[in-house]
Design a binder for this molecule. Structure first.
Ligand code: GLP
Length: 242
């Protein structure tokens, strides 16, 4: 795990963009693993402007997202599918059909999880996975206690995660109780991983992550200690308790 310390959110986004830009320039057929939440928005803005100024193209790339809420259709404004269109897909040249997000409204959710794993495999796996981190150390929606070898599965969200994500919904009771997420095992199969962290609300999780040297199920992000190619890009506020 290599730690890149940066001043603030903008610098974190610049560093992440530099790595993604470099990998995509070297391999235009890159398969990306993408994340939602406020953390990667700055990275997505930089990718959009690189595409719009002709410096980068997603025409041959592919992407898979980490997770989706159960019960929200892709056109629901709080769904992760909507988020990705709004922040990235609608503004770049990634062809429809080359991005995939688990469907939270599939009639059989277990079947959808199996479909998703198979689709990632069929695409040759994920080359570069982008991750944020939840205040309780979750990655994707893998909450504390998730097994290391888990694959895409349905999870019940913890109260703390529902609270943390309530800011995006009009009323707290609208936050879904379940989600589909890539498992820790799915994430660890990516060839390279970038974990982004910004702000004081991540300081405790980051302090725990950096104090560990191996996987501790109480902090799902610590699974990354088992991966050989991880970049952690974190700002001063996120590292304030290290
Ligand atoms: C959600 C997502 C995670 C994300 C986390 C942090 O729970 N499922 O993938 O990393 O929120 O969100 P934010 O970046 O808004 O702090």
């Amino acid at each position: 795990m290599r730690l890149i310390r940066v001043k603030d959110y903008a610098a974190m986004s610049d560093e992440a963009f530099a790595i993604v830009y470099e990998r995509m320039s070297a391999n235009p057929k890159l398969t990306l693993g993408l994340a939602t939440g406020s953390t990667p928005v700055g990275l997505y803005e930089r990718l959009v402007s690189a595409v719009q100024t002709g410096k980068l193209s997603f025409r041959e790339a592919r992407s898979f997202n980490l997770d989706e809420y159960v019960g929200l259709a892709p056109d629901h404004p709080q769904s992760y599918a909507y988020f990705m269109r709004e922040h990235l897909f609608d503004h770049i040249d990634l062809p429809a059909g080359r991005w995939d997000i688990p469907s939270g409204i599939a009639p059989d959710l277990d079947e959808e999880c199996a479909r998703y794993e198979a689709a990632i495999e069929a695409a040759g796996g994920i080359d570069l996975q982008i991750l944020g981190i939840g205040p309780n150390g979750h990655i994707g929606f893998n909450e504390p206690g998730t097994p290391l070898e888990s694959r895409t599965h349905v999870v019940e969200l913890t109260e703390s995660t529902r609270r943390a994500n309530a800011r995006f919904f009009e009323r707290p009771e609208e936050v879904p109780t379940h989600a589909i997420t890539m498992g820790l095992g799915t994430i660890l199969r990516a060839r390279e991983i970038i974990l982004l962290a910004s702000g004081e609300s991540k300081a405790e999780a980051m302090a725990k992550l950096l104090s560990l040297s191996d996987f501790d199920p109480e902090l799902p992000a610590s699974a990354l200690h088992r991966h050989p190619e991880v970049w952690v890009i974190a700002d001063e506020a996120a590292l304030s308790r290290v």
